[in-house]
Write a protein that binds this ligand. Structure first.
Ligand code: F1P
Length: 360
C-alpha cells in the first residue's frame, strides 16, 4: 500500500512535527528559569563536563558534549550511564573537578538514576539533570534539575525530547558564557525551521516510498556524530532495519565494503569538515549507494551526489544546526517502519523506559 494511504499511528509523527513549537516553548521556559543562573554560580571553575545518558539520551549526550565545548570552550565528553556504574575509576578524572549532566526523558531509567545516586551520594559530586519528567526520581533527587515538561512524549521512542533537551543544554552553555548571540540564534531556530517542516516531510515520505534498502548507514563528524548515531537508532527502533553509524571518514576504513545499490548512506555534513565530507560523498555515490544528504549549504557537487537533499542553513556556531538536522532521520525511520507495515508507536521489543531489577 502506498505510504500516502497509510494512516500513521497518533503519537510519533505528531511529536516529530511538533518540534518547532516545542522548541519555542522550552526556550521561553529556559529564559525565565532560575535554575540556569543557579548552575552558573555553582559550577567550579576549570571543571570538566561529563554528559551521561542511555540509548537516545546517550547520543544526545554526545552531541551536547560537542556543543558545550564549541560554545563554552570547556572540556566535555559523553559516556553511557552504564560506564559510570561499571568503570567509575576509568570515567571520572582524578585531577580536576567534574560537572556531571544526567540526561533522561523519563527520569526513571535505572542506569541513569543509579549513576546519579553514585555520583552525588557516594562521591559527593553535585549533578545537573535534564529531563521531561518533573515528578520522577532524577528530577526529585538531583542537585540542579532542568525540567522541560513541554517535550514530554507519549511515543515509545524519543524524538522532540531529544532535540529539546539538546537545545536546553546548548542554552545552558550560552548562559554560562553570557553569550547573547547563541541565545538569540536558539530563539530564532523554530521560525527558521518552519519551511523545512512544511516542505521536507512529503519529500521524505515519497523518497522512502520509491526505494527499498537492505541496510542503512549514517555518517557525521564532530557534533554531528551524535546525530548520525541517533538517526541510525531511529531507523532500527522504528523500522526493525539494520543501521550503523560512523564518524564520516572512518567509513572508508573497512565498513564501506558493505555499500551496494540497496544501501542507504546518510550524510550529516558539517561546516568544519565540508570539503572532506563532500569528497567522501562523491566516492560513496560512485560505489552505487543511494545517498541522503543533510547539509548547511548546496553546491553542484553536493547536488550531484545526493539522491535526497535537505539543506539546513543556520547562522552562528555550526552546533546550533543539530536540532534542525535530526528530524529528517526521525522521519526516515518512521516512514520506513510504516512502509514495512509496522507501528512505530509500538516498536518491537521496546518499552518507553528500561527498568532493571538490579545491576550487579
Ligand atoms: C532512554 C531510552 C530511550 C529508548 C527507549 C528506552 O530513555 O533508552 O533512548 O528510545 O525509549 O529508553 P530515557 O532515559 O531518556 O528516559
Amino acid at each position: 500500500m502506498p505510504l500516502t494511504q497509510i494512516n500513521p499511528p497518533p503519537h510519533m509523527l505528531r511529536e516529530i512535527l511538533s518540534q518547532p513549537e516545542c522548541w519555542s516553548e522550552c526556550i521561553r521556559q529556559l529564559e525565565n528559569d532560575a535554575i540556569l543562573r543557579e548552575i552558573s554560580t555553582n559550577v567550579p571553575a576549570d571543571s570538566e563536563w561529563l554528559f551521561v545518558g542511555c540509548g537516545t539520551s546517550y547520543y544526545l549526550a554526545l552531541s551536547a558534549a560537542a556543543s558545550f565545548s564549541a560554545i563554552s570552550g570547556m572540556p566535555a565528553r559523553a559516556v553511557p550511564a552504564s560506564e559510570v556504574l561499571l568503570f567509575p575509576d576509568a570515567v571520572l578524572p582524578k585531577r580536576r573537578p567534574i560537572v556531571p549532566v544526567l540526561i533522561s526523558r523519563s527520569g526513571r531509567t535505572t542506569e541513569v538514576v543509579k549513576a546519579r545516586n553514585y555520583l552525588e551520594d557516594e562521591r559527593g559530586i553535585r549533578a545537573i539533570a535534564i529531563t521531561c519528567a518533573a515528578d520522577q526520581a532524577l528530577a526529585q533527587a538531583s542537585s540542579f534539575p532542568i525540567v522541560l515538561s513541554a517535550a514530554e512524549e507519549l511515543s515509545t521512542v524519543m524524538t522532540r525530547s531529544f532535540s529539546s533537551m539538546l537545545l536546553g543544554l546548548q542554552y545552558l552553555a550560552a548562559t554560562l558564557m553570557d553569550d547573547m548571540g547563541v541565545m538569540q540564534s536558539l530563539k530564532h531556530l523554530p521560525k527558521a525551521a518552519e519551511s523545512l517542516f512544511r516542505e521536507t516531510p512529503p519529500r521524505l515520505r515519497d523518497f522512502v516510498g520509491r526505494h527499498d534498502f537492505d541496510d542503512y548507514v549514517f555518517l557525521g563528524h564532530g557534533p554531528f556524530y551524535g546525530i548520525a548515531c541517533e538517526a541510525a537508532l531511529k531507523v532500527m527502533e522504528s523500522s526493525c532495519s539494520y543501521a550503523q553509524s560512523f564518524h564520516s571518514l572512518e567509513f572508508r576504513h573497512g565498513p564501506k565494503s558493505i555499500v551496494s545499490a540497496k544501501t542507504l548512506v546518510g550524510f550529516f555534513l558539517s561546516d568544519s569538515g565540508y570539503a572532506a565530507e563532500v569528497d567522501l560523498l562523491e566516492e560513496i555515490k560512485s560505489l552505487g549507494a543511494i545517498t541522503f544528504v543533510v547539509t548547511p549549504r548546496v553546491d553542484n557537487r553536493v547536488r550531484a551526489g545526493a539522491d535526497l537533499l535537505v539543506e539546513v542553513p543556520m547562522p552562528g556556531p555550526e552546533c546550533l544546526r543539530l536540532a534542525g538536522c535530526i528530524p529528517w532521520g526521525q522521519l526516515l525511520g518512521l516512514y520506513t517502519g510504516l512502509k514495512k507495515g509496522l507501528n512505530p508507536d509500538s516498536p518491537r521489543n521496546l518499552s518507553q523506559v528500561v527498568i532493571l531489577n538490579e545491576i550487579p
